[in-house]
Design a protein around this ligand. Structure first.
Ligand code: PMV
Length: 324
């Protein structure tokens, strides 16, 4: 049996503008993860069991654009050895794939990318066709394109490498070196919102007035750039200017720009305000927006109180995570 696990992720700064070439910062969230087991089976075919979504099926019985079938079909496509063809055609020996995930779907925590990464990694090592992280990242980016239209590639990158990243579309991956750990509270609105729709709506805004929206994306890019410097310097180096207050203020500014892009929602704004009232240093929506998650920057000793306030304000779930 071969197993693989991939973490969730959260975007700290720069979502949406990242689709237009501006930098964004994202970090893995190891409290939630997707897990895959692959084992040989005497039963012919490629069987998928995904109890979280109530699925137990042979891959050929699924529509070709089904997210799991898409990964498996893409994986097998270039493999022309008789063994793989045999499996794919339903030969005598097959494989069983079990997929479980604790990452909420369509909520900005990268569930799709995590399932694709864990599934591809498990399949590739089980079938003695190991992939480097670079190959895996490129493979999963192609899968993300099927589901999200014009993704920047940030989700597959942070999930594949499982490290904080400073991401610019189409450029070599830069890891984010965290100068001093800091704490983030993540709260789920409980509203699932497809990223494809909010990305499409921002694209329509941009198409109607490119020069205006390019200016907005520039502002977001400067926020991500400045946030990187604050994170890499860390608190001790910047104690006089209170680096975390700077970082919190950058989050608030980024949220205002996301509101302008029309990707916030009343519930997201309510949770952002609740976090600030409870003492967060800054807060913003995270990911595609409209629903999904928001994040708040917390002083370590206040994270619990902020999480409680977010629950009282209607958050479905909260996660306290340290970025280190
Ligand atoms: O909703 P998420 O967490 O998958 O994030 C999407 C981030 C966007 O910038 C909105 C889209 C993208 O492809 O980068």
């Amino acid at each position: 049996m071969t197993t693989s696990s991939a973490p969730g992720k959260i975007i700290l700064f720069g979502e949406h503008a990242v689709v237009y070439g501006r930098p964004a910062l994202a970090v893995p969230v190891t409290q939630v993860h997707a897990d895959v087991e692959v084992l040989d089976s005497p039963r012919a075919g490629i069987w998928i069991e995904a109890p979280d979504v109530n699925l137990h099926a042979e891959v050929n019985s699924l529509p070709s654009d089904h997210p799991l079938a898409a990964v498996i079909n893409k994986f097998y496509a270039p493999l022309s050895s008789p063994h793989f063809r045999f499996l794919k055609m339903g030969g005598q020996r097959g494989i069983e794939i079990k997929i479980t995930s604790t990452i909420p779907v369509a909520s900005g925590l990268g569930s799709g990318a995590a399932v694709s990464v864990a599934l591809t990694r498990a399949l590739s090592s089980h079938l003695n066709h190991p992939m480097t992280d670079e190959e895996l990242n490129a493979f999963v980016y192609e899968i993300e394109k099927i589901h999200h239209g014009t993704p920047s590639g940030i989700d597959n990158t942070v999930v594949t490498y499982a490290k904080p990243v400073y991401f610019v579309k189409g450029q070599p991956i830069e890891m984010l070196k965290v100068g001093h750990p800091f704490t983030i509270v993540i709260a789920d609105t409980g509203i699932s919102a497809p990223t494809k729709e909010s990305v499409g709506d921002v694209r329509r805004l941009w198409m109607n007035n490119k020069s205006y929206w390019e200016t907005i994306f520039d502002k977001v890019g400067i926020i991500s750039f400045t946030a990187r410097r604050a994170i890499e310097a860390g608190k001790p180096a910047l104690s006089n200017v209170e680096a975390w207050e700077v970082l919190g203020e950058l989050m608030n500014e980024n949220h205002t720009l996301l509101q302008e892009m029309t990707v916030s929602s009343p519930k997201l704004d309510e949770l952002v305000n609740a976090a600030l009232r409870a003492g967060a240093l800054g807060a913003k929506l995270s990911g595609g927006g409209r629903g999904g998650n928001m994040i708040a920057l917390a002083q370590d000793d206040q994270a619990g109180a902020i999480a409680r306030s977010l629950k009282e304000a209607g958050a479905k779930n909260t996660i306290i995570t340290q970025v280190a």
